[in-house]
Each structure stands twice: as structure tokens, then as C-alpha cells.
Design a protein around this ligand. Structure first.
Ligand SMILES: O=C(O)[C@H](O)[C@@H](O)[C@H](O)[C@H](O)COP(=O)(O)O
Length: 232
């Protein structure tokens, strides 16, 4: 599918505009279906966007927030995406939203993934909004180059749901939605900032295998068009 690049002068301007686009998509979902769903990414980039979105005037009681991917760590860990979202997005008006975790306090990451798949079966078919990030190695969600289950995660035949992933660049075991869970979001966003990531994006837009830069699966073959939000 096609990707459109939206460029902003500053990170703050990007955060405001992305929050507005996401709030509009959530409002449209509520108007159409009576409820709306959004899956967001972790990392350092989304904080300002989360803060801007948390003040958006919409009926947050009808919104379910979940994560594109998560680390298999307890929710009070500084590495937890759940903690990032609770601290920065589920505040103010957005504190009325429901939150659907991917991490459960199970013995193994696989058990968490199975529970998360079951618990999320009622949302995101498709998601109203998915906001992806991208790492300097060309990963997105927990689709890491060299990831233990990368082929399965990206396979168009793999059903919707949450699966585990391990990779050298990932630290802890990860929990991630599969490609098929994310690719048809009504609003599918790739949020990246900085010149270094722009260069990575340009490399990914060139020829080469998806396994080298898994973001290519998003840039090349999603069912929905991708809106790329970038600021220096
Ligand atoms: O870390 C995560 O939770 C996500 O798996 C990851 O895909 C993230 O979006 C990128 O690594 C970008 O991270 P930064 O915003 O920190 O560069």
C-alpha cells in the first residue's frame, strides 16, 4: 500500500497534529461502532504525542487502549510499555479509557501471549488506530531483524493475535501483535523523529529483503495506507 510522508518542523508540532488525527479517528470509530480501539508503541519517541492525546476531548469511556508490542517485564519496570502508557497517555481525560495489557504475570512469555490473544479477541478487528515506531535497525513492533519468529510474525497467513519474539537487539523476550493484526488499521501511522531515522526509512524504502529491515513489510504490503509522521 502507499505511504504518505507528513513532515513537521518540530516534535511538538508533530505531537499536536498526530494527536488530532488520532482523536478524529477514534471519534469516527465511536460514532460508527459505539466504541473504538487503539494500539500504540513504546520507546522514547511517543511521549509528547501521548501527552497531547491524553487531553483530547472525546468519550474516552468508549476507547480501549492496547500496545503494539511489550517487553516481558512487570508493569512497574522502567522497560514496560504498559508503564509508559499509564504514566503518559492514561492521564487526564484519557484516564477513563480501558487498558488492555499484553503482559500477564505468567511463568513464561508464551503463556502471556496466549492470554493476551484470548483477552484481545474482541478488539481490533480491525483497530481504529495503530501507531507504529521504528528502531534504527529497521524493526517495528517486535519484528526484529534476526528475530526468533520473524517469518511467522510477518506471514500474511498467521492469524491475528499476540505472539512472542526474541532477538539479540531486543533485550527481554517480547510480546507482539502479528502483522495481520496491525496492517488493516483504519488509521495506520508510522511515527518517527530525527534525521537518523529518516535515513533508515529511506534505506528501507529501497530494495532489499524484509528480513533485513522488517519495517519493509509495513512499507510494502499493508492492507491500509501508511501515514508517516516525521519531524527532525
Ligand atoms: O520499543 C518498543 O516498545 C517498540 O518495540 C519499538 O518498535 C519502538 O517503537 C522503536 O524501537 C522505536 O523506539 P524509540 O522511540 O525509542 O526510538
Amino acid at each position: 500500500m502507499t505511504a504518505t510522508l507528513h513532515t513537521f518542523e518540530t516534535s511538538a508540532e508533530l505531537a499536536e497534529n498526530l494527536a488530532k488525527a488520532v482523536a478524529d479517528a477514534l471519534s469516527a470509530g465511536i460514532a460508527r461502532d459505539g466504541s473504538a480501539s487503539i494500539a500504540v508503541s513504546g520507546g522514547s519517541t511517543p511521549k509528547a504525542f501521548f501527552k497531547a492525546l491524553s487531553n483530547a476531548p472525546l468519550d474516552w469511556t468508549k476507547v480501549t487502549v492496547t500496545l503494539v508490542d511489550e517487553r516481558f517485564v512487570e508493569p512497574d519496570s522502567d522497560r514496560s510499555n504498559e508503564k509508559l502508557v499509564r504514566d503518559n497517555l492514561l492521564t487526564g481525560a484519557a484516564s477513563a479509557a480501558a487498558f488492555q495489557p499484553l503482559y500477564y504475570p505468567t511463568a513464561t512469555a508464551d503463556e502471556s501471549a496466549a492470554t493476551a490473544t484470548k483477552e484481545t479477541a474482541g478488539i481490533g478487528r480491525p483497530f481504529d488506530v495503530v501507531v507504529l515506531g521504528m528502531g534504527g535497525d529497521g524493526h517495528t513492533a517486535s519484528f526484529f531483524p534476526g528475530g526468533s519468529r520473524l517469518a511467522e510474525a510477518l506471514d500474511p497467513q498467521t492469524p491475528r493475535g499476540v505472539m512472542t519474539m526474541q532477538a539479540d537487539g531486543a533485550g527481554e523476550p517480547r510480546l507482539t501483535y502479528t502483522f495481520t493484526s496491525l496492517e488493516d488499521a483504519r488509521l495506520l501511522v508510522l511515527h518517527i523523529e530525527g534525521d537518523a531515522k529518516k535515513t533508515v526509512l529511506e534505506t528501507a524504502q529501497g530494495d532489499g529483503p524484509e528480513t533485513d529491515m522488517p519495517i519493509r513489510a509495513i512499507l510494502r504490503r499493508t492492507a491500509s495506507p501508511v501515514a508517516i509522521f516525521w519531524a527532525p
